[in-house]
Structures are given as C-alpha cells and as structure tokens.
Design a protein around this ligand. Structure first.
Ligand code: F6P
Length: 322
C-alpha cells in the first residue's frame, strides 16, 4: 500500500473534515501518499484529484461541511458510471480508497472494490445515524445538539404564549435524530417513521397534558414520519383540537456548524482505523465503532441489515413527558 485516496459522498456531516484530516495524517504517518477526490463519486468520474499532505488539512478540524466537497451522484448507480469510476481509480494508480458517507456511499464503494484491484474501506458519515455496524455515525451528535439548542429556544417562546409547537428535524427514513432531540429536550411527543403515528391518539395525549397543567407542548417530528411532514401533521392536529399552533422546520441548519467534541473524536478514531485497515490489507469493510471499540463490518451488511431504534428510550420519552 503506497498511494491512497479519500472522498466524502452523499449528505455532508459535521466531523467529515476531522475524518479526512485523520486519514491524511495517519496515512502520512505510515508513509503513504494521500490524494483527495473532490465532490465525492462525481469528482471520481471527472478525475478531480488533489494531493493532500499533513499541512493541507490544517485548520479544518473544527469546521462543518467538507473541504473536499460532496455530491449525490446518480451516475454511480449505473453500470457505466461504476465502470468509469473503476477506470479512474485504476488509472490514478491507487492502492487504496477511503469513502466517507452513508449506505449509498458504501454501495458504490463495494462495487469499486469488486471491479478493481484497489482496496476500499468506508467510514460512516451522515447526520442520520442510520447505518448498521456502528453505534454512531459522524455528524449525528452535532445534529442532535443543534436540534436540541433549537428546542430549548422554542420552549421559551412556546411557554410564553402557551402554544403547541411542531418541530421537524432531519431523518429521511429513520427517527434517531428525532428521538434523541426529543428525549434530551423534554418534548411532549416524538413522531418517528419506526412507530405508526395515530393522529387521534396524539390529539388525546396533547389535550390530557394541557388539562394536567402543561403550559406548552412541543412535538418533535422526524421528516420521514409515516403521517407526513410537520406542516401536514400540525394542520390535522390543530384543526382537530381547535388550537393555535406553530411549525418550525430545522432542516439543513442541523447539517452545518462546528462538530461537537464527540464527533471530532469519533472521526479521528475512525479515520485512523480506516487507514490501519488498508495498511493491514483489508477491503470491502466499513470501519465503525461498536461499544466504544473500532469495529469492521462488511459493506453489504451496512445496507442489508437495519440498526434498531432504542424502543426503551422511546418509551422513556413518553414516561418523562407526563
Ligand atoms: O444526509 C442525510 C440528510 O441530511 C437527511 O436527513 C435529509 O433527508 C437529506 O440528507 C437531505 O438531503 P439534501 O441535502 O440532498 O436535500
């Protein structure tokens, strides 16, 4: 292993820069040449390569976004796109590739590992935390803390006006962000795709809570909830209860900002683990963290297996909201 590349792909996540920095500096410590690929797989297809030395990743540890840029690349889902990606890797005389992203990124990574002689490993980077094989993905902790900050602020104004608020957080198909934001923020209810939303039961619960003396109610909604987006749910509930309500969509605010210490530490640990995996000859695996330890999981399991939402915490949220 002499020459490796690193790319970030899919939705950016705070801490991706810390992971790139760790790959570059650990690679350098092993005596490897490290190449950055701009704009994820889109940049791989266009051969957008840049040489990265330890100094190129100075002053990025605390920055959100990704210094390499990222993209959602539809072409990499086609056989022709994969062939072009494989050719780009081979022609650049690379021995290894570190792909940072979510399960979509790992599907591309697995295909490249099969089509080339290049060893490919992944690092889980997405705010959604929806990747099997790691307890946490890079960016999740920051996104939860950003959502929590918003909830704390909304709580002030909600209490002042005795209002019902619906706060939508990111989470396209999973409720990890919503559950943690809701539990940590003392939400009155959390709506997640994993649990069917019953509008009548939700209305009854809100009414009971106000009757019991609550002065405000905050309902955290994952954007992928089965009952729809926050505006839709709010309108149904507000109409049924004949209550004034407000909706706040936090959206992409959660994707930006300085990564928390936890995300920087995780990114540094996994960046180092990914380079070690390459140097020791492994390929086709995601390097994650399970029970505090670096753990490697075959790419295929990261999308074929589902990480479960902690239902004990879900029930605890409801208990604590009474
Ligand atoms: O990266 C994950 C995520 O932030 C999801 O939570 C969200 O649904 C999606 O990306 C938004 O993607 P885009 O930035 O492409 O609109």
């Amino acid at each position: 292993m002499k020459r490796i590349a690193v790319l970030t792909s899919g939705g950016d996540a705070p801490g991706m820069n810390a992971a790139v920095r760790a790959v570059v500096r650990c690679g350098s410590a092993y005596g490897l040449e490290v190449i950055g690929i701009r704009r994820g797989y889109a940049g791989l297809l266009e051969r957008e390569f840049v040489s990265l030395g330890p100094r190129s990743v100075a002053n990025v540890l605390h920055r959100g976004g990704t210094l390499l840029g990222t993209a959602r690349c539809e072409e990499m889902k086609t056989p022709e796109g994969l062939r072009r990606g494989a050719d780009s890797l081979e022609e650049a005389s690379l021995d290894g590739l570190v792909a940072i992203g979510g399960d979509g990124t790992f599907r591309g990574a697995q295909a490249l590992a099969e089509l080339t002689h290049v060893h490919v490993v992944g690092i889980p980077g997405t705010i959604d935390n929806d990747v099997y094989g790691t307890d946490f993905t890079i960016g999740f902790d920051t996104a939860v803390n950003t959502g929590l900050d918003a909830i704390d602020r909304i709580r002030d104004t909600a209490e002042a006006h005795q209002r019902l608020f619906f706060v939508e957080v990111m989470g396209r198909t999973r409720g990890f962000i919503a559950l943690d934001v809701g539990l940590a923020g003392g939400a009155e209810e959390v709506l997640v795709p994993e649990v069917r939303t019953d509008i009548d039961a939700l209305c009854a619960s809100i009414r009971t809570q106000f009757e019991a003396g609550k002065r405000a109610s905050i309902i955290v909604v994952a954007e992928g909830d089965d009952a729809g987006r926050a505006f839709e749910i709010a309108e149904r509930v507000g109409t049924k209860l004949e209550m004034d309500y407000r909706v706040c969509v936090i959206g992409h605010v959660q994707r930006g900002g300085a990564p928390t210490a936890r995300d920087r530490l995780l990114a540094s640990k996994l960046g180092s683990g990914a380079v070690r995996a390459l140097v020791e000859g492994r390929t086709g695996v995601m390097v994650g963290e399970l029970a505090g330890k670096v753990a490697e999981t075959p790419f295929e399991l990261t999308w074929s297996q589902q990480k479960e939402l902690d239902m004990d915490m879900f029930h605890l949220m409801r208990t604590l909201a009474r």
